[in-house]
Design a protein. Structure first.
Length: 476
């Protein structure tokens, strides 16, 4: 039998236990103010973009002409990715939750990685060097490979639910103030691919001696013997390459400027051609050699459609290593001016030029059909490549891009940069993508291509000279 005092103490204890139990519960019934729970933080995205950076870090992903916007964060990985833009990536859908695709170059990772994701996350995976966009299944966020978040899609994610299993996505910065490339160009690099088997075209925005050296050195050309730097001295007063920009490269390889005589005065004689070279500043930078000053040389063409040989100057045989450097001309009066022209019409002697123009019928300047002419250019290019097989390097300088024709909607472009490749077809293909890619429509671009004998790239590819599709690697 409990005493009254003990009963009172038990009652007090019971009340205290009830109060304690209420305090350890959810608190939904008794609290008048509920603090909002913090949103789960996403590695690499929290507070990483301040208001000053936001406008500069707006990412645009273009898919089938539709633009989806996102925001890059300020992690080291995101900053590195930003320097690689624009990028055109072939993306593959996976598991109903993401699209992923291979990068051209690896990103160095220093931030903490993670094995999960949130919807909208843009991530980089160093294990397979890929970019991914996650759009669904945050309730099943576990991953088997560590990823690094570089940004987030801020637009509606529903577009990703309706895509094909494979899609090409173009990653660019919105309103990028860049003199080198307009914001529409990346979608028009039609021959740029991610295929590891495609030839590499190196690219720098720096149109100067340092940029030229960097892209050339990226080619890792093994120089030996006498080095010829093939270019055109151009007509008197015409736009030409800056010899001072070329000087560090010429000094590095101990090269000689080489060119052949032309159809028109004063470059139709060796003396006149040398005079132009001097007036344009080339003789002040390095030695100059007019290849056909002492006779001609026929380079065999195996498997050509029209030519049995490509006729150039006899001095061409004296060179063991060749570097072609071109001031690229997308809008000249007829043919575009690039690497293939430098190895054919510009390399040919006066008689050799006639052979190409006539489709192999004579040494005079007589035009055959345009198709035969373009196929003959491809033939001649093959002859030049085969005669010095494995000993060529190619550089296209895309600056001072004047319009010298009547192409509709063509405008002078700002300086774009310098391209370098070991493939003469790929480098011209990339240069035309960068320039004709500025056309306001596909129809206008096609008209430009038709006017300037773009099909020579196809004919050269068919002969095995090179490939039109290329991988683009930017050199900073």
């Amino acid at each position: 039998m409990l005493s009254p005092i003990k009963k009172y103490l038990l009652l007090v204890l019971s009340v205290l236990l009830v109060l304690c139990a209420s305090g350890c519960g959810t608190g939904h019934e008794t609290e008048t103010k509920t603090a909002k729970p913090e949103k789960p933080k996403t590695a690499g995205t929290e507070n990483n973009v301040n208001s000053g950076q936001a406008a500069q870090n707006v990412l645009v992903v273009t898919i089938n002409g539709k633009k989806v916007r996102g925001q890059l964060n300020s992690t080291p990985e995101a900053k590195a990715f930003k320097t690689m833009l624009p990028q055109k990536i072939s993306m593959t859908g996976f598991g109903g939750r993401e699209y992923y695709g291979p990068m051209e170059k690896k990103l160095e990772v220093t931030s903490p990685g993670r094995l999960n994701f949130d919807n909208g996350d843009i991530t980089y995976c160093p294990t397979n060097n890929s970019i991914a966009i996650f759009y669904a299944q945050t309730n099943q966020p576990n991953l088997t490979m560590k990823v690094y978040t570089i940004g987030k899609i801020t637009d509606d994610l529903s577009i990703f639910h309706d895509l094909s299993p494979k899609e090409t996505m173009v990653f660019t910065l919105e309103n990028e103030n860049n003199n080198a490339i307009s914001d529409k160009t990346p979608t028009e690099l039609v021959h740029r691919v991610q295929d590891p088997a495609a030839p590499i075209v190196y690219y720098t925005k720096a149109v100067n001696s340092q940029g030229l050296l960097k892209v050339y050195e990226a080619l890792k050309q093994q120089t030996s013997g006498k080095v010829g730097v093939k270019l055109s001295f151009e007509a008197p007063g015409a736009t030409h390459l800056d010899p001072q920009m070329l000087k560090p490269l010429v000094d590095k390889v101990q090269g000689t400027f080489i060119d052949s005589n032309g159809f028109t005065s004063p470059r139709d004689t060796t003396a006149g051609n040398l005079q132009v070279a001097q007036e344009h500043g080339f003789t002040a930078v390095g030695p100059v050699d007019i290849l056909d000053s002492e006779g001609e040389l026929d380079l065999p063409v195996v498997g050509g459609k029209h030519l049995k040989f490509h006729r150039t100057g006899a001095h061409f045989a004296n060179y063991d290593t060749l570097i072609s450097i071109v001031h690229f001309k997308p809008h000249t009066l007829r043919d575009y001016g690039g690497t293939i022209k430098n190895l054919t019409i510009c390399l040919a002697s006066i008689g050799g030029k006639g052979i190409i123009h006539s489709g192999g019928t004579n040494t005079n300047f007589s035009e055959g059909s345009m198709k035969n002419f373009m196929e003959s250019l491809a033939d001649a290019c093959k002859g030049a490549m085969d005669y010095k097989q494995g000993r060529w390097a190619f550089i296209n300088v895309l600056n001072n891009l004047q319009v010298q024709d009547s192409c509709s909607d063509a405008e002078q472009l700002p300086d774009i940069g310098i391209l370098a490749s070991n493939d003469p077809v790929a480098i011209d293909s990339a240069a035309l993508d960068f320039t004709y890619g500025q056309a306001p429509s596909a129809q206008v671009r096609k008209a430009w291509e038709n006017k300037h004998n773009y099909d020579v790239l196809q004919y050269a590819e068919e002969l095995g000279v090179g490939k039109r599709n290329y991988r683009l690697v930017e050199i900073e």
